[in-house]
Every structure is written in structure tokens, then in C-alpha cells.
Design a protein around this ligand. Structure first.
Ligand code: ATP
Ligand code: MG
Length: 427
């Protein structure tokens, strides 16, 4: 027998029993984003490699070693998108959405990075992200963080910690960079291999190292806060005041960094200690220099991206408490007459109860085997239609998820019966 072909390492199927949790999360994300006036943008999964080199930067983990890059049949170098911001900015410039305008956009979909697969870290993973263009902040910075908080409560997730920091301007960072490099040079022995490499190319990223052996060195590093100019300091103070006013608690984490020149001022992350090493579920910040760097007019910008797999993993723990929907009714049909009448009945119910999820048994079989299938479908109710019921214009109704007697309803009572059941379910 031929050997089965398996999915690519680090890339996962979404199995049917998993999809309700994803729908739950996606539907709520969309509702929250709608609530703040964000509009969805969909960009291609493939882009020219050059786009990511120019936006994410040559000296980042992503561009150095994580991208899926290949030559297509014309010899163009293409890359599977590793994140969503570059494509969003590219599309914004291409369609004239950014110049002299305010845009609030969001996206979702798969991203690709050739990393070492482990819990919470995959080679195909999914993000939901949002970007706001044309606003300097800090009002929009505050709003976008409030949006993320609203999303946590919309999905019933608590216990996340908000961390914020400021990166100042690129000039302020350049000055800080020298001080930082000097400090790190003084501790050469304590640097791991990655950090030695980054010391020349991207020293700020060293502060973001996940290596526990580097922790002490990083804690002792000089602080960027001390190198901020007046305007950046004020921006950060107003950000913090706005978060305070909204009753949002946060910690200032001076080690929260992004290593590239186009980042500016506000950065934030939402983290949890419930996912082991992969604890960041949402990361965001200001990237005022990027639009210009990609050929557009200077445009201030801020955005964030959430890791859907990590959020799903957190929700998984409480799956039973969540209202995930599912099948409302499974229609059991005994005998030829019932089979014919059953199709009509099912269509009528779908007409009269919008949103109902109804599975009609197909393929015949004994009452016992049909009932077993009804149970396995996860349906709340079995509807039973036999010759006798057809003749009398009634349907047997049996609740499958709780103890109760089978009852009998007249056909015209069915829509009313299910209308309330479906209403209960729809979020
Ligand atoms: P990390 O430091 O964990 O590698 P990152 O800085 O590379 O994260 P971002 O590019 O900021 O991550 O992506 C935003 C979010 O997307 C992350 O906070 C995380 O939740 C999620 N994410 C990033 N990479 C992966 C991955 N390989 N698998 C699953 N989720 C991911
Ligand atoms: Mg990474």
C-alpha cells in the first residue's frame, strides 16, 4: 500500500471539532473591530520578497531565517507572508488609502514562518490584526489598547497582563544604541551566540532575548527611558494617563523592544504565564516610519497582531463553559413516506427559523442506528418522523443533552419551539 502523505511539519489542519472555538473567537473579534469602525482588508498570501526585506528589515529573525521564499516560474522571488502589516501598507499605498486620510483597517489569516515548531509556535499560524493610519496618538494608541481589552472580555478571557513601553524616536534610539552597545561590549562573556551576532546588526533586539541565561545581563542594561526627548516623554505620559483613566492596569516593561528604525514610541504586549515560553498573545506598537520607507508619503501608524492559536489554547481550558453553537436538531426518518415528508419539513423549518442548524438523516437504517447518529452529531434535539407521525401531522421531539421525556409537537408548533432555542444560541 502507498505510504500516506502527511501535513508539513509545523502546519496543522483545523479539524471539524476544533472549528467552533475558532468561529467563536473570529466572530467576536469582528464584532469588536466593527464597534470601533475598523474595516477588513484582505491581501494576497504571497508577496514579492522585496516587500518583507524592506519592511520587516534584513537584520530580523524573520528575514534572516524564517521566511518561506522561492522563485516562481518567471523567476520572481516570492515569499509567503510572515506577518500582515507589510501587505497592508503595500496595499494602502497602492490604492491611495493612506495619504491625508485616517484609516482603521483589520485583517486575519494565515502567516508563515520557518521556526522550530513547539507548543504555541508553528510554521503556519494565524493572526488577527488591526492597523490605524494617519493619527499621531497618543489618543489612538489608547483606543487601540482599549479595543484589545474589550476583545478579551468579549471572549471571556481574563488574567492577561498588559505591558507597555516607549521606543522614542529613531534619533533617540540611535543615541541609546551607543550606550547599550558599550554596556554589552563590557559583558561580552555573558552574551550568547545570537546576541553576539546582534551586537553589531541589531543590539536592541538583544533586550528581547528569550534566553534565561541572559536575563541578569538584560536587567542590568541602561534604560532607553533615560534617553527620551521631551516630546516622546510627554507622549508616553499621556498614554499612561489615558490607560489609567480607562481603569486599565499595566506594567511598564522597559525590555519590550522592536529593533527597527521605523518603530516609534508606543509598544505594547498582552502576555500570559499560562502558555509556557510562548506567552505573548498580542503584540503591537507604533510604526510611524514604515509607510514612507515603503514609498508612500510620511504617515503615522499603529497596529497590533494577535496569535489565534495561542488564544484558542487559552480558551480550550474553558471550552465547556463557552456557548459554541452546534447542531440544533437531527431529524430521524422511519419509512419511505417519512423520508419524503422529512425533506419538505426540513426545508420548511430552515425557511421559518433563520439560523437553525438542522441535520436530516440520509441513507436509511434502523431506528437505533439513526438515533445513535443523532446523538453523535451533538444535536440538542432529535426529531422523529415515522409513518404514524406523518399521518397525524406531528413530530416526536426528544432532548438529547438532558433527561426528559419524549414529547409530541404538531408541525405548526415546531418553528416556534426552535425559534427560542436558536435565539438562545446566537451570540
Ligand atoms: P515571538 O517573540 O514569540 O517569536 P514575535 O515577536 O515574532 O513573537 P509578532 O511578529 O509580534 O511575534 O507576532 C504577533 C503575535 O503572533 C505573537 O505575539 C504571537 O501571539 C503570534 N505568533 C508569532 N509567531 C508565531 C508562531 N510561529 N506560531 C504561533 N503564533 C505566533
Ligand atoms: Mg518570532
Amino acid at each position: 500500500m502507498a505510504k500516506n502523505i502527511q501535513a508539513i511539519r509545523g502546519m496543522h489542519d483545523l479539524r471539524p471539532e476544533q472549528s467552533p472555538l475558532w468561529h467563536y473567537l473570529e466572530a467576536r473579534a469582528r464584532a469588536v473591530l466593527d464597534g470601533y469602525g475598523y474595516r477588513e482588508i484582505r491581501t494576497p498570501i504571497l508577496e514579492m520578497t522585496e516587500l518583507f526585506k524592506r519592511s520587516i528589515g534584513e537584520v530580523t529573525d524573520i528575514v534572516e531565517k524564517e521566511m518561506y521564499t522561492f522563485a516562481d516560474r518567471n523567476g520572481d522571488s516570492l515569499t509567503l507572508r510572515p506577518e500582515g502589516t507589510a501587505g497592508c501598507v503595500r496595499a494602502g499605498i497602492e490604492h491611495g488609502l493612506l495619504h491625508n486620510q485616517v484609516q482603521r483597517l483589520w485583517y486575519r489569516g494565515p502567516m508563515f514562518r520557518h521556526e522550530r515548531p513547539q507548543k504555541g509556535r508553528y510554521r503556519q499560524f494565524h493572526q488577527i490584526g488591526a492597523e490605524a493610519y494617519g493619527l499621531d496618538g497618543p489618543d489612538i494608541d489608547i483606543e487601540i489598547i482599549l479595543l484589545t481589552r474589550r476583545f478579551w472580555s468579549a471572549i471571556g478571557l481574563d488574567g492577561l497582563e498588559l505591558q507597555v513601553n516607549t521606543l522614542g524616536t529613531s534619533e533617540e534610539r540611535a543615541a541609546y544604541r551607543e550606550v547599550l552597545v558599550e554596556y554589552l561590549r563590557g559583558h561580552q562573556q555573558q552574551l550568547d551566540e545570537d546576541s553576539r551576532r546582534r551586537l553589531e546588526s541589531n543590539p536592541l533586539r538583544i533586550l528581547d532575548s528569550k534566553n534565561p541565561e541572559m536575563r541578569e545581563l538584560i536587567t542590568g542594561a541602561p534604560s532607553l527611558m533615560q534617553h527620551l526627548g521631551e516630546a516622546s516623554r510627554e507622549h508616553f505620559e499621556r498614554l499612561c494617563a489615558g490607560l489609567d483613566a480607562a481603569g486599565l492596569s499595566y506594567v511598564v516593561n522597559e525590555r519590550l523592544v522592536r529593533g527597527l528604525d521605523y518603530y516609534a514610541r508606543t509598544v505594547f504586549e498582552w502576555v500570559t504565564d499560562r502558555l509556557g515560553a510562548q506567552g505573548t498573545v498580542c503584540a503591537g506598537g507604533r510604526y510611524d516610519g514604515l509607510v514612507e520607507q515603503l514609498g508612500g508619503r510620511p504617515t503615522p501608524a499603529i497596529g497590533f497582531a494577535m496569535g489565534v492559536e495561542r488564544l484558542v489554547a487559552l480558551l480550550e481550558e474553558r471550552r465547556d463553559e463557552l456557548e459554541l453553537g452546534g447542531v440544533d436538531a437531527y431529524l430521524v426518518l422511519m419509512g419511505e413516506q417519512a423520508e419524503a415528508a422529512g425533506m419538505q419539513l426540513a426545508e420548511r423549518l430552515r425557511d421559518e427559523v433563520p439560523g437553525i442548524s438542522l441535520v436530516t438523516h440520509c441513507g436509511g437504517g434502523s431506528f437505533k442506528s439513526q438515533f445513535k447518529k443523532a446523538d453523535r452529531s451533538g444535536a440538542r434535539y432529535a426529531l422523529i418522523l415515522g409513518e404514524e407521525e406523518v399521518r397525524r401531522g406531528v413530530v416526536g421531539v426528544k432532548a438529547l443533552r438532558e433527561e426528559s421525556e419524549q414529547q409530541e409537537l404538531a408541525l405548526e408548533q415546531l418553528p416556534g419551539f426552535f425559534a427560542s432555542a436558536v435565539l438562545e444560541r446566537i451570540p
